[in-house]
Design a protein around this ligand. Structure first.
Ligand SMILES: Nc1ncnc2c1ncn2[C@@H]1O[C@H](COP(=O)(O)OP(=O)(O)OP(=O)(O)O)[C@@H](O)[C@H]1O
Length: 338
């Protein structure tokens, strides 16, 4: 692999779903790298393809109704070439996933200890005593105060924050190299959110994992991530370090997302003109050529958009899609008419 710290590399990855008799891209030509010890955030509105990206990496799609193209390189193999058996060995052991809704991700009929032990049963040859010790160690690592008690409990006996800690314990049970966290704090209140993010950060430091953090919450990104990839309509439209993207956002969509953050001390945040109306088009209505975001910024003339938008380097490590970003200073239709 090209870079020493690279754990996972997505190369030109597209996933399309069959709707009626045609296939439509939910993610298109995605290039991303997950690095050891780093948290990469994927942000964007609902429907822009964040979860599809996660489930594509995890190999969770029904290939009768889904087409996947490109390469997902992990330990010198293309995950897209692996059979189900090999993917089962990787899922949970080398790549762990934390889902959004802790209640539906846990089995209501099984004690917490049994649910954590299941992963160890499947992926390790530990003895019973070793597994029991590991369960308590994991519950302790995710900040559960009384691991013995929690291990004996059922999911409904735990609070939402506790359940999410258990989900994280399951995801990290085999010390995976990569953890994909899909909206891990969305279902939780603000105080608990902060605690869960602390747990994720401490795991990243202790396990040296690479984390993909999927969220629509830019506050979470600012506090947690090293790098950010902004997605719109299935494409990455801006990518850089968190500092680069937050301090110097380029794409009109990124600027609009940042403006929606509830804080008032940056120029972007204070600039009312960056409100962009509308929403992500459905897959069937997605423009197949040109800039997918163009319809939401009609005041930028067609000639400022690329016909086939490509990524442009703003500075090393910071890229943005389509030349329209150079004209973000036109903020409204009225502005253009002056
Ligand atoms: N199995 C499927 N079949 C058809 N369309 C799908 C399927 N899964 C997702 N989609 C569509 O793909 C697009 C991307 O969905 P996805 O769930 O990846 O977005 P998201 O950014 O994760 O949204 P959210 O934040 O709401 O979870 C949406 O238009 C969605 O309706």
């Amino acid at each position: 692999m090209a870079e020493e710290n690279t754990l996972l590399k997505l190369n030109d990855v597209s996933t399309s779903f069959k709707i009626d008799d045609a296939y439509y891209d939910a993610i298109s030509h995605v290039n991303l790298t997950v690095k050891k010890d780093k948290i990469l955030a994927i942000v964007g509105e609902s429907g822009c393809g964040k979860s599809t990206l996660a489930t594509t990496i995890m190999g969770l799609h029904d290939l009768n109704t889904t087409k996947i193209a490109g390469q997902i390189t992990f330990e010198n193999e293309n995950l897209l070439d692996l059979n189900e058996e090999k993917m089962n060995d990787i899922r949970g052991a080398k790549i762990g996933m934390i889902f959004q809704d802790p209640l539906s991700a846990l089995n209501p009929l099984k004690r917490i200890s049994d649910q954590i032990r299941e992963v160890l049963d499947y992926h390790t040859t530990m003895s019973v005593t070793e597994k029991n010790d590991r369960v308590l160690e994991l519950l302790n690592q995710v900040g559960i105060v009384n691991p013995q008690r929690t291990a004996r409990q059922f999911p409904h006996e735990l609070s939402g924050g506790m359940r999410q800690r258990v989900i994280i314990a399951i995801a990290i049970a085999c010390k995976p190299d990569i953890i994909i966290a899909d909206e891990p704090t969305t279902a939780l209140d603000v105080t608990i959110q902060a605690q869960i993010l602390d747990v994720l950060r401490s795991i990243q430091t202790e396990n040296h994992a690479g984390i993909i953090l999927i969220t629509h919450d830019l506050g979470v990104v600012a506090e947690t991530a090293d790098e950010v990839a902004v997605m719109y309509a299935g494409e990455i439209i801006e990518h850089g370090t968190t500092l680069q993207v937050f301090d110097n956002p380029q794409h009109p969509y990124t600027r609009s997302l940042l403006r929606s953050m509830p804080q008032g001390d940056s120029d972007v945040a204070n600039d009312d003109l960056y409100v962009i109306e509308g929403s992500v088009p459905s897959l069937e209505k997605m423009p197949q050529t040109g800039d997918r975001f163009a319809a939401r910024i009609p005041w930028i003339p067609a000639e400022y958009h690329e016909e086939r938008p490509t990524m442009h380097v703003v500075e090393p490590g910071h890229t943005v899609r389509c030349t329209c970003y150079q004209h973000f200073y036109f903020k409204t239709l009225e502005d253009m008419n002056i």
